[in-house]
Design a protein around this ligand. Structure first.
Ligand SMILES: O=C(CO)[C@@H](O)[C@H](O)[C@H](O)[C@H](O)COP(=O)(O)O
Ligand SMILES: [Zn+2]
Length: 197
């Protein structure tokens, strides 16, 4: 066992994953920032969902919209769909785990709202059904995935934005996802407030 070499390999792989993501995801990330900015400045709201670590990412992102990111600004409208344990247990129990997000989107989603759908595999059934429910509500989708995008590829429309991290390892994909979400917050703030001083 050599912990030092394992740690060195993690740092190195993280840097490579970041470099590869910068090449493939910078352009779609600009479009995602513009989509979110247009949404929240036209009375829309951003809904976000994911499982496990991606649930944490979804609520982390939404907290920075409703609260603030780095600079003082007005609160922005967003809801994390993985946070209300009464809804999650009721819908999970009565309708099934696959519907825990889609049911909330059917209840809350309006045309012009945006869904941020997070799944490292692109294959989580509840996230897939969330994308379908968002389309039924005339919402556009920003999908964060990895591992080639999985089943999400077939579900996303030409109007959606797919940020698929070019990596196969869940932990690495999640590390890039939180970087992307922070850059989304930073980009929205830049469009709202101008470049930072
Ligand atoms: O955070 C981790 C692994 O780093 C786990 O909790 C992970 O998020 C869970 O296994 C999820 O259920 C994976 O779902 P997905 O990313 O494939 O949609
Ligand atoms: Zn994790």
């Amino acid at each position: 066992m050599n912990l030092a070499s394992t740690i060195a390999a993690h740092f190195n792989d993280h840097v490579l994953a970041t470099q590869d993501s910068a090449e493939t995801l910078s352009s779609p990330l600009v479009r995602a920032i513009e989509l979110c900015f247009g949404c929240v400045t036209n009375s829309g709201k951003i809904l976000a969902c994911g499982n496990g670590g991606s649930a944490a990412d979804a609520q982390h992102f939404i907290a920075e919209l409703v609260g603030r990111f780095e600079r003082e600004r007005l609160p922005l409208a967003g809801i994390a769909l993985n946070t209300d344990t009464s809804i999650l247990t009721a819908v999970g129990n009565d309708y099934g785990y696959a519907q825990i997000f889609s049911r909330q989107i059917s209840a809350l989603g309006q045309p012009g709202d945006v869904l941020v759908a997070i799944s490292t595999s692109g294959n989580s059934e509840n996230v897939k059904q969330a994308i379908q429910a968002a389309h039924e509500r005339e919402m556009r989708v920003i999908a964060l995935s990895g591992k080639g995008g999985g089943a999400m590829n077939a579900l996303l429309s030409a109007d959606d934005i797919h940020l698929c991290v070019p990596h196969d390892r869940t932990m690495r994909i999640q590390e890039i996802h939180i970087l992307l979400l922070h850059m989304l917050c930073d980009g929205i703030d830049t469009l709202l407030l101008g470049d930072p001083a």
